[in-house]
Design a protein around this ligand. Structure first.
Ligand SMILES: [Zn+2]
Length: 213
């Protein structure tokens, strides 16, 4: 079995959404180099930093929060599709990708991956177009992932994709680094931290290849 870690490393100075969200900070309040018996730090970061899930509460005030999201949606067989286009991904593009029947967890690999090498935020990233949300819901998708910081285009006026997915309880997995995996079937392990009351939380995500599904 091969383990692909598709998580982005969390580090100070990394790109964050619109360059506005607070990025990771490790603040050491106990240091062995200063004579203390252990190194201990406080970690802070925005809830949508790096590889993370969105909970329904992100755009729906009454929606469930991260610790209530069903782990069954986040662990199981998944399919990675590759999108070679340059525009935002429409329902027609998803249809053309010929995702195998029965797939309920779908990760979309685009040209976005190249942006992870830079600390600057790239607003021109590829996201899902408005009609992709209902298409995914209609297909019975329970988890959708993408390889940059948002599932939908930058400054989408109504956040239609987020809303269409979150109101159906679909897990949105953002900030994946899929550069080292090809399209095909894997076993997904997506493990967000169960932060009580949170609108989103960082996740460690593995794609297992050759695992028993
Ligand atoms: Zn998010």
């Amino acid at each position: 079995m091969k383990i692909h870690d598709v998580t982005v490393q969390l580090r100070e100075g990394m790109a964050t959404y619109a360059g506005e969200e607070p990025g990771p900070v490790l603040d050491f309040h106990s240091l062995m180099s200063e004579g203390r018996t252990a190194n201990v730090s406080a970690l802070s970061l925005g809830s949508h930093t790096g590889t993370h899930v969105d909970s329904p509460h992100h755009f729906l005030d009454n929606g469930v929060t991260v610790e209530q999201m069903p782990v069954e949606y986040m662990v199981g067989p998944c399919y990675v599709m590759e999108y070679a286009g340059e525009g935002h991904i429409t329902a027609v593009d998803l249809e053309a990708a010929r995702v195998p029947a029965g797939v309920t967890r779908l990760l979309v690999k685009t040209a976005n991956g190249r942006f992870w090498d830079e600390d600057a935020f790239h607003p021109e990233f590829i996201g899902l177009d408005d009609d992709a949300g209902p298409w995914l819901v209609g297909r019975g998708i329970v988890l959708i992932g993408i390889d940059y910081m948002s599932i939908e285009r930058f400054h989408s006026p109504a956040h239609a994709v987020h809303e269409a997915l979150l109101k159906e309880g679909v897990v949105i997995l953002e900030g994946l680094d899929l550069r080292r995996v090809g399209p095909g079937e894997y076993f997904l392990v997506c493990a967000p931290l169960p932060v009580a009351g949170a609108d989103g939380a960082p996740a460690r995500v593995f794609l297992l290849e050759g695992a028993v599904g």
